[in-house]
Design a binder for this molecule. Structure first.
Ligand code: NAD
Length: 495
């Protein structure tokens, strides 16, 4: 069995004690990885702190290296995609898309301009805002999109001149370790350090005094622990946390036009997406064809091993998550909901759970109130839009939301009434490098991807105020919205 090493100060490091990595398609270990100790954490942090001194100095060099990282990922596309499909379970086509995405994200950050913000520049005074690196960033990632979510952290950290100590999920460490091995050829020693281990390793990294920022993606429960640890040392945090996204289907839709979007909005990556549709509210006028169309798709979709060519949905990634999903569906059934299709684990090796449509579920049931993060979707009929909106907002989560309608302007107005970091119209899940991404309420603190325009807009607000006094200009709007050619729309709320 291949034993994957960590990367510390530019050197591969393996350990006598190894952790098995399980193939979710058969439940059996197929590789092992190193298990970091406290000593490894100290060594990685020291290496990152030492590398920071020179790494922060030359932005042009960092841009060149980010572009080289992007190319190096593309050059090993098949290696990454096969390994990702094996350790995560997702279909090879989806794994390939994720690897290409990671490469695109690196390339985006290689080119992103970080111009100084000029607040005032006249013959008496110049006031500007510059961006400076923080030092060592601790980057901690989950198991659903291990590679692309890591690229969301590494790209901006490196562009800004930070160095990184990263830790993948113990369920999917291998693509991150392969990335470290690949980028070792490009980055100076210590700029990227990759450690593998369990949750306790995450806690050690997050609490380490050398780390000046924690960039975390994972569950709400862990996010709260990290925020508490960060408070003690006043570390900066970006927290990308769980979601329970509502989608609201208005009364005027043509069901045939939206059924594929709804189905894949909920079931892509076997539902293991932070911003998957996790609660679907459908107006009574179109409820029946939507219900029937989703059931038909759930019945016809091909569930199987990610590496098989015709697979559309892979297994759930791990036994813990499969257990949670099973429990939430069973709880809904016990409390009177109807399992229209699916509803039990497939009788074969591996963690397979078929796409499951649940009707008659309502607020108060765990399947509706909690994040299922898997292949089960509660379908909730409504007659009053105000009621659907109240239900959509009746949660601590606030990651994404979507509204579906033949009238995009109407849907765009309705989606603004949902308290979420991202709002979509006639689509769900579309994420781009240039749009800020983050959660409202318990779904997160801060943003990733595009420039954090909350800060920029605050600045712009100040600049505008100054400009207005000086030049009499008008105020800017507080929302960023982009209109797509196909009539879909996405907006990021500035919270
Ligand atoms: P998790 O919180 O269990 O683990 C995430 C990472 O944190 C892992 O690497 C884990 O080892 C580490 N960790 C665990 N305990 C820690 C601690 N005390 N201190 C530091 N690190 C610790 O989450 P998960 O099960 O891996 O991922 C699924 C969750 O992630 C879901 O809730 C999903 O919605 C969320 N998620 C959010 C986003 C987003 O962008 N908002 C994206 C993907 C996934």
């Amino acid at each position: 069995m291949q034993a994957y090493p960590m990367l510390i100060n530019g050197q591969p490091v393996n350990t006598a004690e190894q952790d098995p990595v399980i193939d979710p398609a058969d439940g059996a270990p197929f590789a092992t990885c190193a298990r970091a100790t406290c000593g490894h954490v100290d060594a990685a942090m020291d290496a990152a702190a030492a590398a920071f001194t020179s790494w922060r100095k030359d932005e042009a060099v960092r841009r060149e290296m980010l572009a080289a990282c992007s190319a190096a990922i593309r050059a090993r596309l098949n290696d990454f995609a096969t390994l990702l499909s094996r350790e995560q379970g997702k279909p090879l086509t989806a794994a390939t898309g994720e690897v290409i995405g990671a490469s695109v994200w690196f390339s985006y950050f290689a080119k992103l301009q970080l111009e100084p913000e000029i607040l005032l520049d006249d013959d008496k005074k110049r006031v500007q805002v510059l961006r400076k690196p923080l030092g060592v960033v601790a980057a901690i990632t989950p198991w659903n999109f291990p590679l692309i979510l890591l690229s969301w952290k590494l790209g901006p950290a490196f562009l800004a001149g930070n160095t990184v100590v990263a830790k993948p999920s113990p369920y999917t460490p291998l693509t991150s370790l392969l990335l470290a091995e690949t980028l070792r050829e490009i980055l100076p020693a210590g700029v990227l350090n990759m450690l593998s281990g369990g949750n306790e390793l995450g806690a050690q990294i997050a609490g380490h005094p050398q780390a000046r920022k924690i960039s975390f993606t994972g569950s709400v429960a862990t996010g709260k622990k990290i925020m508490a640890v960060a408070a003690d040392d006043l570390k900066r945090v970006t927290l990308e946390l769980g979601g329970n996204d509502p989608a609201i289907v208005l009364d005027d839709v043509n069901p045939e036009h939206i059924l594929d979007g709804l189905f894949w909005g909920a079931f892509q990556n076997s539902g293991q997406v932070c911003t998957a549709i996790k609660r679907l509210y459908v107006h009574e006028r179109v409820y029946e064809p939507i219900r029937a169309g989703l059931i038909a798709r759930a019945r016809s979709v091909k569930v199987g091993r990610g590496l098989e060519p015709d697979t559309q949905l892979g297994p759930i990634n791990n036994e813990m998550q499969l257990g949670k999903l099973t429990e939430l569906v069973a709880d809904a059934k016990r409390n009177g909901a109807t399992i229209e299709v699916g509803g039990t684990r497939l009788e074969r090796p591996g963690y397979f759970y078929p796409p499951t449509i649940v009707t008659g579920a309502h607020a108060g049931m765990r399947l509706v109130d909690e994040e299922q993060f898997g292949t089960a979707l509660p379908l909730i009929k409504y007659s009053s839009l105000d009621d659907a909106l109240a239900q959509a907002n009746r949660t601590h989560f606030g990651l994404g939301a979507s509204v579906w309608s033949s009238d995009t302007a109407r849907a765009a107005a309705v989606v603004q009434e949902i308290d979420s970091g991202t709002g979509w119209v006639n689509q769900h899940l579309d994420i781009t490098p240039f749009a800020p991404f983050g959660g409202a309420k318990w779904s997160g603190v801060g943003y990733e991807n595009g420039l954090e325009i909350s800060t920029r807009n605050q600045l712009r607000g100040r600049v505008t105020a100054i400009n207005r006094r000086i030049y009499g200009q008008r105020e800017h709007s507080g929302r960023a919205t982009r209109l797509r050619r196909d009539g879909c729309r996405q907006s990021t709320s500035l919270l």
